[in-house]
Ligand binder design. Structure first.
Ligand SMILES: [Cu+2]
Length: 106
């Protein structure tokens, strides 16, 4: 009996761990036509935002001072997980007028 309980406990732990795995971003922003779409997103604390660079090879970047920095890239994607509630302004350093906000709710 003791062994069976051990197996059951292990199985439950494994199931819980699997359920905790990320299944995808909580918000997605597409970078296209020299524009972020959508510009502003809201995620819960612990949420992940993914920026996908899909602008025909035009160089872009996404960053927020002291928070995250994708580096300048012509394609691919970048993700950041927000662990503190607040409003985070982000921008593209190549096109300074490309700005947006991520609101992280507690
Ligand atoms: Cu840009």
């Amino acid at each position: 009996m003791r062994i069976r309980w051990g197996v059951a406990a292990f199985a439950m732990l494994a199931a819980t761990s699997c359920a905790g795995f990320p299944t995808g971003p909580d918000a997605e922003i597409v970078v296209r036509d020299v524009h972020f779409a959508p510009v502003d997103v809201t995620v819960p604390v612990g949420g992940t935002v993914r920026w996908t660079f899909d602008d025909g090879g035009v160089l872009h970047h996404v960053g927020s001072e002291g928070e995250f920095d994708s580096g300048i890239t012509p394609d691919g994607s970048f993700e950041h997980t927000f662990t503190t509630p607040g409003v985070y302004e982000y921008h593209c350093s190549v096109h300074r007028y490309m700005t947006g906000t991520v609101t992280v709710t507690g």
